[in-house]
Design a protein around this ligand. Structure first.
Ligand SMILES: Cc1ncc(COP(=O)(O)O)c(C=O)c1O
Length: 490
């Protein structure tokens, strides 16, 4: 008889039930050829005694294996390994479950560069995330429960749905976009996604062909740039100043060559936080018309502005179907709540569904229903009002602390909105060194590489103020100051 006690190790502390462990281990022995087809297994009583488990455990494992086709069971006879299994020559008595291989057994090209996802220290100065602790989770959870109950009803059946998104959410988003942004859209103009990154990806796949020119700012949102490059685009960079993207440079480029698409983050340019001025907006819209290019407007943080009314999106002024608009609830609610949307002419929206299906059959229907209700009941608007008040106070306080504590090393302009301050360190400061030192002191800080200007990091950094309470901000800046004093005494 095989040494079953050794070959079938069972872990009584593991979360996996013993029946499942035993079934998996027996399958492993069959796969290794140690239990070839036709082998008689010990009776349930004998095996249970050998393994020090209850007989019912062995019987249940045998039943499971018979149901899966690994064993044949007959009343009063020994269980037999199915004769229909392929013959495998016996392998060494290696551990039964070796787990997933450490590396792929084949060669494949590297994917796009992945951002480092180091385990964040307790304190982190991020690049402009909202404070997830303020998200209206109680209301969202309640709505999610209601949506589950409703959708579990026989008529709804939790089945496949519209890849464009839940109709009720698109209706509610249309109302919200009209009242907050002057964007006159109906549900037929809206496509919901899992965050704006998915919207950018689908639109790039749809409208950018390999070799076509995509214009981006001298420094911008790297994730979007990688998406365009993956679609085969040639990236062309244009300058940035205190009014945003320099429209004259776009005009000059259009004189030299055909441009397919211009990517903009006009409300608060990422990463510099500058708002694209009204004259530039008009100039860029006119250029798009004259030179037949698309404007892709990524409006990731429109909901946060503190000094007066915001300038409305370019999409709200577009009468010629040239602007594709992408929005997100990552800043309005929280990045972990994956919801974004595309606003575009209906023919573009219609083309997105079949593309989405290739990677994602549809969105999360329960989440979309729950957020639709959040919008409909007014909780979303109330939350934004509360969050805006908090972030306004946090911005003011954050700027004050930076002025009093870091003036020797950092300059910045107060952002009119958004969730981050764009700061410039003194040229002596080497951000990679500073970030490494801060990490040793328990503070996470970007090394600035992702904000490089034309590939060169220049000591500029986004300092997200919204996700930290005033006390947490003061503590973080205290650590940063300590690191600066050590490395670059003033
Ligand atoms: C410029 C820009 N666009 C979009 C997003 C949001 O992406 P998502 O909606 O996929 O979370 C971010 C997030 O930081 C961003 O900085």
């Amino acid at each position: 008889m095989l040494p079953y006690y050794t070959l079938l190790p069972l872990d009584r502390q593991a979360a996996t039930p013993l029946v499942q462990q035993l079934s998996a281990a027996l399958i492993g022995l069959c796969q290794q050829g140690l239990l070839p087809p036709g082998t008689k297994l010990p009776g349930t009583r004998t095996l249970a005694a050998l393994l020090h488990v209850h007989r019912e455990t062995v019987a249940a494992a045998f039943e499971e294996l018979a149901a899966q086709g690994w064993l044949t069971l007959q009343p009063t006879r020994a269980a037999v390994v199915s004769r229909h299994l392929p013959e495998v020559s016996a392998q060494s008595l290696a551990p039964v479950s070796a787990g997933i291989a450490a590396r792929a057994g084949f060669v494949f090209p590297p994917g796009p560069p992945a951002p480092a996802l180091a385990r964040p220290p307790l304190l982190t100065l991020d690049e402009g995330s909202p404070d997830g602790r303020l998200a209206p989770l109680a209301a969202l959870t309640r709505n999610y429960r209601r949506a589950s109950q409703h959708l579990a009803a026989p008529a709804a059946r939790l089945g496949y749905g519209d890849p464009n998104g839940v109709l009720r959410l698109r209706q509610q988003l249309a109302r919200y976009l009209r009242t907050t942004r002057g964007l006159v859209a109906g549900p037929e103009h809206i496509f919901t996604t899992r965050g704006s990154i998915m919207g950018l990806h689908l639109l790039a796949q749809l409208v950018v062909a390999p070799g076509e020119a995509v214009v981006v700012a001298a420094r911008g949102y790297q994730a979007a740039e990688t998406i365009f490059q993956q679609a085969g685009a040639q990236l062309h960079r244009v300058g940035l100043d205190a009014q945003g993207v320099v429209a004259d440079e776009v005009a000059a480029l259009c004189q030299r060559q055909r441009v397919r698409l211009l990517y903009l983050t006009p409300h608060h340019h990422f990463p510099t936080t500058v708002t694209l001025s009204a004259p530039r907006r008009m100039q860029l819209l006119a250029l798009a018309e004259a030179h037949d290019f698309i404007i892709l407007e990524d409006d990731y943080d429109f909901d946060y502005h503190y000094d007066g009314s915001p300038i409305l999106p370019l999409a709200s002024a577009d009468r010629h179907g040239r602007v594709l608009y992408v929005g997100s609830l990552s800043k309005a609610l929280a990045p972990a709540i994956r919801l974004g949307y595309v606003v575009a002419p209906p023919d573009v929206i219609a083309a997105l569904g079949p593309l989405r299906r290739l990677v994602d059959r549809q969105g999360d229907v329960l989440l979309e229903e729950a957020v639709a209700e959040l919008l409909a009941e007014g909780e979303f608007a109330r939350h934004l009002k509360r969050a805006r008040r908090h972030y306004h106070q946090r911005r003011d306080l954050a700027c004050q602390v930076l002025r009093t504590e870091l003036a020797a090393w950092l300059t910045f302009t107060v952002p009119a909105g958004g969730l981050a301050i764009w700061g410039q360190f003194h040229p002596a400061v080497q951000l990679p060194h500073l970030a490494a030192h801060c990490r040793q002191l328990g503070l996470g800080l970007s090394d600035g590489a992702k904000y490089a200007l034309g590939g060169t990091a220049d000591g500029s950094l986004r300092l997200g103020f919204a996700s930290l309470t005033p006390a947490e901000w003061a503590e973080s800046i205290g650590v940063l100051k300590k690191a600066l004093q050590t490395l670059y005494p003033a």
